[in-house]
Design a protein around this ligand. Sequence first.
Ligand code: 13P
Length: 287
Amino acid sequence: MLVNVKDMLQKARKEGYAVGQFNINNLEWTKAILQTAEELKSPVILGVSEGAGKYMCGFKTVVGMVNGMLEEMKITVPVAIHLDHGTYDGCLKCVEAGFSSIMFDGSHYPIEENIAKTTELVKLCAEKGLSLEAEVGAIGGEEDGVVGMGECADPNECKMIADLGVDILAAGIGNIHGKYPANWPGLRFDVLEAVKEKVGDMPLVLHGGTGIPDDMIKKAISLGVAKINVNTECQLSFAAATRKYIEAGKDLEGKGFDPRKLLLPGFEAIKETVKTKMELFGSVGKA
Ligand code: 13P
C-alpha cells in the first residue's frame, strides 16, 4: 500500500538514517527500485518529476503502474509516490491522480507568493492525507529545463515556510542537481545547522544526491537530513549498462533484440545503484 512520508521520515530522524528518493522514468526503473527496497527491507520514495510523469503517459498511469506492482510483487515495505519539484498546477494534478506525497517547489517565487501557495497546499494535503515538501533556496543545476542558481536557504525563511505546516523541507545548502563541478566547494554545513536550529525536528531533504562524497552524506544525516534524492546516478548507471550491452553487439544476435533482454543490464545496474545508496543512507532493515 502507498503511504505518505510523514511517519517514514519521523522514524528516520529519530533513528539517525535517511530514506532514499529515487526518481522513476519507466517500468524497469520502478520495478528495480521496488525489488531492491523489498530485498533490503528498506522504506523507499519513488520520485516523479513533471517531465517523467508526462513521459510515462501522465500521473494516473504512474499511480496505476505502481499500485499494480505493489500488489503483484507483494511489496511489504513502506512506499511513497512523491511529485518532485512540482508546480502549483502539477501538485493539484498529483493529488487528484492518487499520489501519496507532493513537493511544491515555490523557491523561485518571492517568499510572500511561496508562502501563499504553500498555505493552500498545506490545507489540501491535510484534507487528503498526503505529505507536503516545500523548498527554500533554489537547488542548483538543471531539473526538467529549470536551472537553479544553487543558492543557500535563508534560515528565517525556512522557519516561515516550516511554520505553515509542511511536513518536510528542502533547504538549499550548496547542493546541485546532476554532476558536481570539479571546483565544487562542498555542502554548507553551517547553513544546515542554522536551518535545523530554526526548524527543530522537521525532517530535512537533501536534493542532488548524485556525487556528494559519502562523509558529507553521513554528516548531513547526523544534522537532520532524513530524505536524500537520487536521480542522475541511476540514469548514468542505466545508460552505461545499456550502452555496454548494445556495443557488445548482443542486440543483434539470437534473441538480443528482445527488449526484455536489452533492458535487463540497465535494470540490474539500477538495482546495484539503489542498493549502494540504501546502505550508505542507513535505511536497510528499517522497514
Ligand atoms: P541528482 O539528479 O543530482 O541525483 O538529484 C536528484 C534530485 O534532487 C531530484 O529532486
